[in-house]
Design a protein around this ligand. Structure first.
Ligand code: GLV
Length: 314
């Protein structure tokens, strides 16, 4: 089986991927973009530039190394009719839950406030809230949303997990979590949330969800943790909400433009904590095993795992 590996990797990162994939898939011949296109059976891609998959007419699977496939699906030259599988990497899912836990703990216990005070040489003790008094709303009930909600609930937070579609209303909630769905339920959940952790897929219906109206529905001083996509958030509305006190602090991992431009107001905002799209990285050691499983399934004619519904967008 001949498989194309393509994406926007740094040189070292590409070497790590090639080594992990070669080890997990010894029967695969890995090819590069100059290979004869018709003889290639599958493509393993990491956020490739638009048009990168055009003309590869033998493809029977496009396996993403990214969990979110929104950028891939935007490519007008994406070959039609080829199944696309997104990455569900257990190490990445665990890392995401850890980042959400760190952000939530720091919001609950005022650690971001202490960091701000330190820069001002201020010695001021904040109220010590209990986890049980700090309701969290997790947006998204997919792999990452469910795992994160469960992890936060295990830590003692009252957790509601919200899904954007009413169709998922009956979906089984993770242990200790209240699952809810639809726009009306969102308003109710926002009214109670001390912090919101966003882990939604980016689709036309979730783009721009975190806007002025959304922030206005929160109790004053709530925390926003955006770990999904920059386009979920209306950045100007968040800045306004931070400045008016409607939002107390924001932890942001993703942005409309990445890398975040040096003159962006988020960099120096005292109520923003930034990560460089690093809340959870795909781990080649475990992700290569997931890729190998799907390539084996393809060869054996078995059902593929984590296939995306192109119309739905995830
Ligand atoms: C990262 O944002 C990913 O989708 O894997």
């Amino acid at each position: 089986m001949r498989v194309l590996l393509c994406g926007r990797f740094g040189a070292e990162e590409e070497l790590r991927w090639r080594a992990a994939l070669a080890q997990a898939c010894p029967e695969v011949t890995w090819v590069t973009a100059d290979a004869p296109r018709a003889a290639v059976d599958a493509a393993v891609v990491a956020n490739p530039p638009p048009g990168a998959l055009s003309g590869w007419c033998g493809l029977k699977l496009i396996q993403s190394l990214w969990a979110g496939v929104d950028r891939l699906l935007e490519d007008p030259e994406l070959p039609e009719g080829v199944p696309i599988a997104r990455m569900v990497d257990p190490a990445m899912t665990a890392a995401m839950a850890e980042t959400a836990l760190w952000a939530t703990l720091a919001l609950q216990r005022g650690f971001f406030t202490y960091a701000r005070q330190q820069r001002l040489s201020q010695w001021r003790v904040q109220a010590q809230r209990r986890a049980g008094e700090f309701p969290i709303l997790v947006l998204g009930l997919g792999e990452m949303g469910s795992a994160t909600a469960e992890r936060l609930a295990a830590q003692g937070y009252p957790v509601t997990a919200w899904h954007s579609s009413d169709a998922r209303a009956g979906r089984r909630a993770p242990r200790g979590v209240v699952a809810t769905a639809g726009r009306a339920a969102l308003q109710v959940a926002l009214g109670r949330a001390q912090a919101v952790v966003n882990l939604l897929p980016l689709t036309p219906s979730t783009s721009g969800l975190l806007d002025r109206r959304f922030f206005a529905a929160l109790p004053p001083d709530a925390g926003i943790v955006n770990l999904a996509r920059g386009a979920h958030l209306v950045e100007g509305d968040l800045l306004e909400a931070l400045d008016s006190g409607a939002v107390g602090h924001a932890v942001l991992d993703v942005f409309h433009v990445e890398p975040l431009p040096a003159d962006h107001p988020f960099w120096s905002h005292p109520r923003v904590t930034l990560l460089p799209h690093a809340a959870a990285l795909t781990d080649p050691r475990s992700a290569a095993v997931v890729v190998a499983d799907n390539l084996r399934r393809l060869r054996a004619g078995e059902p593929l795992l984590h296939v995306v519904d192109r119309r739905r967008g995830y």
